[in-house]
Design a protein around this ligand. Structure first.
Ligand SMILES: *[C@@H]1O[C@H](CO)[C@@H](O)[C@H](O)[C@H]1NC(C)=O
Ligand SMILES: *[C@@H]1O[C@H](CO)[C@@H](O)[C@H](O)[C@H]1NC(C)=O
Length: 343
């Protein structure tokens, strides 16, 4: 092969790669993205919050002085919330990035929450991605699941989405559904039902994020930067003070939401979800007998290959007693996310 033809070939394949990438971005869920100020406001960490000139992306950084975060300007009565996120590189033990919905500020004792949490790691070890669900203050037990992903989430942005309808909740990574929680009678009010805000944060989770808090954040590598773009907020905006009539007012929007493409799990999407879970899920509260004993939870779909995987990954190790006590006391001030036991 001559150098010229090599170059041509290289350009051609690069071009097709770029086209594919553009197509994926444009088609994914077919949902318009918004600028930051159309839907969000800055929440904390003044100096660590950097908006792009075109207002379409945000960099949140974490250093020894502060993390940072932003919040939706409104609360939403159900919705579809999405962002493309690129995680900090290199040594990130102790670092937590979160994209989540919550109403903890308004309903502290009976709050609802849906989480994507990204748990940093030592160099050469993968980030772990955690999802969690709280409904009406159900903090006595967590509903964590953790996954590895088939790509490097620090190399390029990937899309993380949360769908919340009155019938079910679906977490997506790119166009793959990775978790579904269906509303059932047994679940009762533990299925989130009150309006929530959407948050994105980065913070120091040294007390629990990596190896049960044994590995801390190292400020030698600051600042840690997470980039957010392709912001999507679709749902019925409500006023927290006048939410009484929200259900009526939002009925139509919720119906629309439920007929969206991403609200229907076709057999193909279900198969993709099952494949993802069997390959990449490394922890599920459903199989954690150390924490919960021999119980059956109504929100668990017990699947034999998942259970086997859980044992193989070794992410069901019981944390040392003193670390469990410490993580229970963990401060929840920057975010109401998650629960005591994380790896
Ligand atoms: C949420 O919990 C509170 C207190 O436990 C209870 O009074 C309330 O009825 C619950 N909410 C719903 C929607 O069931
Ligand atoms: C768990 O409980 C079920 C019935 O409730 C019982 O059949 C099973 O043997 C128990 N498993 C363990 C490991 O104790």
């Amino acid at each position: 092969m001559t150098p010229a033809s090599a170059t041509t070939r290289f350009s051609a394949s690069l071009l097709s790669l770029l086209c594919v990438a553009a197509a994926v971005t444009a088609l994914l869920f077919d949902e318009p993205t918004i600028s930051f100020s159309e839907g969000f406001t800055h929440l904390f960490g003044n100096d660590n919050f950097i908006r792009s000139a075109d207002d379409r992306s945000v960099r949140l950084t974490l250093n020894r002085y502060s993390g940072s975060g932003f919040i939706s300007s409104d609360l939403y009565d159900h919705g579809f919330f999405s962002a493309s996120i690129k995680l900090p590189k290199d040594y990130t033990a102790g670092v937590v990035v979160a994209f989540y919905t919550s109403n903890g500020d308004i309903f502290p004792r009976v709050h609802d929450e849906l989480d994507f949490e990204f748990l940093g790691n030592v160099r050469e070890k993968d980030w772990r991605i955690q999802t969690n669900v709280f409904g009406n203050g159900s903090t006595k037990r967590g509903r964590e699941e953790r996954y590895l992903v088939p790509f490097d989430p620090t190399e390029e942005a990937h899309r993380y989405s949360i769908l919340w309808t009155p019938d079910h909740i679906i977490f997506y990574i790119d166009d793959v559904p990775i978790r579904e929680l269906v509303r059932t009678e047994e679940l009762g009010s533990e299925f989130p039902s009150k309006p929530m805000s959407v948050y994105a944060t980065i913070w120091d989770g040294s007390a629990w994020a990596t190896s049960y808090g044994r590995i801390k954040m190292d400020y030698q590598y600051e600042p840690y930067a997470a980039d957010f773009s392709d912001l999507v907020l679709r749902g019925c905006r409500v006023d927290p003070v006048q939410q009484v009539d929200a259900a009526d007012r939002c009925a139509e929007a919720v119906e629309d939401l439920m007929s969206a493409d991403y609200a229907r799990l076709t057999p193909m999407k279900r198969a993709a979800m099952r494949r993802f879970r069997e390959r990449y899920m490394i922890y599920s509260f459903c199989y954690d007998q150390h924490r919960y004993g021999n119980v059956t939870f109504p929100d668990c779909d017990y699947v034999s290959p998942e259970h086997t995987r859980f044992g193989e990954w070794g992410d069901n190790q019981f944390p040392p007693e003193e670390i469990r006590r410490r993580s229970l006391r963990r401060s929840r001030k920057t975010s109401a996310v998650a629960d005591s036991s994380s790896q």
